[in-house]
Design a protein around this ligand. Sequence first.
Ligand code: SAM
Length: 326
Amino acid sequence: MVNLDNDRQVHESVLSEEVIKALGLPAHLNKDDSVDKPRYIDATLGLGGHSVEIIKRGGKVLGIDVDENAIKIAESKLKEVLRAKSLTGLEACPTPYQDSKEFFTLVIGNFIHIDEIARSYGFTNVDGILFDLGISTPQLSSSTRGFSFQNKAATLDMRFNPKVQGVTGFDLLNSLNKRQLQELFEITLPKYISRKLAGEIIDRRRQTPFKTVGDFIGVIVKTVHGKEKINIATLPFLALRIAVNSELVNLKESLPRAFSLLKPKGRLVVISFHSKEDVIVKKFYLEKESDGQAKILTQKPIIPKDTEIHRNPKSRSAKMRVLEKI
Ligand SMILES: C[S@@+](CC[C@H](N)C(=O)[O-])C[C@H]1O[C@@H](n2cnc3c(N)ncnc32)[C@H](O)[C@@H]1O
């Protein structure tokens, strides 16, 4: 169930100002109507926070998200922004609100199909593409979707879009063999812990199959031990979510497709939250640069300032890399 009013308040977009600069947008609205609007693809629309900032500066957005709920929340937020003349900080917004299509088009879809989606909406030769990976706060804090270890009674589902994805988190725990489970957890955990966790999962499911978040926590507490600041369940939950949603494969496949949609001087901006994602992005950027097709604009990734991390601790692992097409 989507609660538009609550959900859209709670996600704070990461590296917001830095994203605008990275996409090559002006700091303020370009009021010259004779100039065509620059066009951007927000491949991970989420709650639309970054897209709002793009539209406020005169950009036109194709927003994609695999999660139907996210699209509903973002649509309501973007329409409100276009309608509002007096919302704090939005005075520069193009008003009056007439035809939202002139400013944005939203599509429920997986960014692995970014090229097909973009072509069918005429978003080729675009000025920039943003991937802000991972999940949004409403997804994480949902009491029913199973992304968080806080809601023990929730079903361990973890699918971004249950209408099109068949396999849940509990399905994977109940059906993968020991070696496959071990590999799944090695995405975020050391080998020896992954092996122990895989063994514990096999033992437990012989008695009762996995179904809830609490069931998974039950095996985690037996095998994973405390590490400084983060909850012991964080990394096993992250690994399972990455597997349920094929997140690394989606990213790897979509980067070349996204790159093909950029115009010369167009920018590809990726914010990642995990080292395995960052490695994929870095490798792709280096390949494009060494082929002479692009220039890397961030020799080191851009990370949030201390003030942002203090305000929004979830931003602490964000790394942003920017590539410009030649
Ligand atoms: C961190 S949130 C984006 C937040 C957004 N930038 C904002 O400012 O509100 C990441 C979003 O990416 C979406 N997502 C993850 N994998 C996706 C995929 N393969 N295709 C499309 N959307 C995806 C998630 O559903 C989630 O809404």
